[in-house]
Design a binder for this molecule. Structure first.
Ligand SMILES: [Zn+2]
Ligand SMILES: [Zn+2]
Length: 494
């Protein structure tokens, strides 16, 4: 990790003690000593825990050096222990299975979240942040795979291939890595993880600074499964509106209503729900903004401290890559069950979603289940975080001034931004028919023709040069959809 060479340690106490965490807050088994070889760190959860701790220590140092108020506290930070007598903040890495059952569903789609602590006289710990070990390990695996160019290009050749890769990473990460043989050192992966953790922990720090507790999550909708379809529809519509508020909209979008003025319903139960979750939405957006600005500060500080330009640009590129991977992995994991259930006819095809949705409009009514209810959609959040980072660095004004003499990493950075930008159109377009109140058109299979961006339009050679992510032959997709829905109508009329 290059960064530490430039950073002095500011009295941060990082304790690597592995205790059984009590009070049902999560359970991590006692560790055996590491053998010093991390090459197979990803093979099981226990050794992965060991692998990620040094990166966490780096991230804590960085946050402290950058003046983050939570991480600059003199008392220090404890890792994987709630019974430290000096630290006031604890970071815990937890498996989903060992998480309290009532919070498990939310944790599954989360990277880190603040956990409420019961006051205990023997511990000084005031705050605890719990990070999802499986999600971090999956993230790590994906990062490694991006260093096996041929393999990752093949497995990101389209959305369908990528969803398959994600499910393989969950089931058999070691096998996938053995196949890909990424040419990358553990030290480099640790640098990735440190920067990722700076972002994730800065996000949680914002919550702690403002005493809010919502989690870094793309929340599941399951709690609303029995809600009226009307409420689900309003939730989807709130998601849709949020795209416009964050600068993503199509010409036909409705007038922009600020979130604070959103008056969605007269039903008292629904209204209460919307008022409560509105606060969460606003907090998440602010926390992301803060975390992105911390990343900008980190990149500028690297340069101020004399790090070679190529490493400064690498930090920028890695940050955008991390936003991209966070967005893609959470969104495609959410999309996968939908795709397998409703679009399996188009399995493996480029632009499968366009082909699938244009043939059977009724699937739009099933799309509601894809949208998180309590949090803004993760794809959109990473899109906003990327924009905030670019803005804070001043790249939106003059890239040459910020990055004179461009390294190949900048090309990678631009490509990741294109992926984030393109993928953000997908949930926007999926939620549009419901939000623009087109259920009749949906039900009759009428003429909603939408082209959905796909990784095939970015990674493969079938993409449009003007609109990365979209097919080069967009017109033929359009006419195909149109002719089909007209035929269906004629058949019905007979
Ligand atoms: Zn890398
Ligand atoms: Zn949050």
């Amino acid at each position: 990790m290059i960064y530490l060479a430039h950073m002095a340690c500011l009295g941060i106490i990082v304790m690597w003690t592995c205790l059984n965490v009590s009070e049902g807050q999560g359970r991590v088994n006692k560790q055996t000593k590491t053998r010093g070889n991390n090459a197979s760190a990803w093979k099981n959860k226990e050794s992965y825990l060991k692998f990620i701790v040094p990166s966490t220590i780096d991230a804590v140092h960085i946050l402290s050096e950058l003046g983050d108020p939570i991480f600059s506290s003199k008392e220090g930070v404890s890792i994987q222990s709630l019974q430290d007598n000096t630290a006031t903040l604890s970071i815990l890495f937890t498996s989903v299975d060992s998480y309290p059952e009532n919070m498990r569903q939310m944790f599954r789609y989360s990277y880190c979240q603040i956990i409420p602590l019961a006051k205990k006289p023997e511990s000084k710990i005031k705050h605890a942040i719990s990070c999802n070990l499986e999600n971090l390990r999956n993230f790590d695996t994906l990062i490694r795979l991006t260093h096996a160019v041929e393999f990752i290009n093949k497995n990101m050749r389209n959305d369908w291939a990528f969803m398959k890769l994600l499910s393989r990473i969950e089931r058999e990460p070691a096998k996938v890595l053995a196949e890909a043989k990424p040419n990358v050192e553990d030290d480099h992966i640790s640098e990735h993880l440190s920067y990722l953790l700076v972002f994730l922990l800065a996000h949680e720090s914002w919550h702690l600074q403002h005493t809010t507790t919502s989690s870094f999550a793309d929340s599941a909708n399951s709690e609303f499964e029995n809600s009226s379809s009307d409420l689900l529809s309003k939730i989807t519509c709130r998601n849709y509106d949020e795209f416009a508020r964050r600068g993503k909209k199509f010409e036909m979008a409705l007038d922009l209503i600020p979130l604070s003025e959103e008056g969605v319903t007269n039903d008292p139960t629904e209204l209460k729900y919307f008022v409560t979750t509105r606060a969460i939405w606003q907090q998440e957006i602010e926390a992301d903004k803060y975390a992105a600005s911390v990343m900008a500060r980190l990149i500028l500080t690297l340069r101020e401290r004399g790090l070679a330009e190529q490493y400064v640009q690498r930090a920028f590129s890695e940050t955008l890559q991390h936003f991209g991977i966070l967005a893609l992995s959470l969104w495609h994991s959410r999309l996968r069950p939908f795709a397998e259930r409703y679009c399996s006819k188009y399995a493996g095809e480029d632009f499968y979603l366009t082909r699938c949705m244009c043939k059977e409009k009724k699937k739009y009514s099933e799309v509601l289940s894809l949208f998180g209810a309590t949090h803004p959609p993760i794809v959109l959040r990473m899109y906003s975080a990327a924009n905030e980072l670019i803005h804070k660095l001043g790249i939106d004004k003059d890239v040459n001034k910020v990055f004179p003499g461009r390294s190949p990493d900048l090309v990678t950075a631009v490509n990741w931004f294109k992926i984030i930008d393109a993928i953000t159109d997908v949930p926007l377009k999926l939620s549009m028919p419901e939000c623009l109140r087109m259920p009749d058109v949906v039900a009759s299979g009428g003429n909603i023709v939408q082209i959905f961006p796909d990784l095939a339009g970015i990674v493969g050679d079938k993409g449009s040069a003007n609109y990365p992510g979209y097919p080069a032959d967009e017109g033929s997709f359009m006419s195909n959809c149109l002719s089909r829905s007209l035929t269906t109508k004629k058949a019905k009329q007979k």
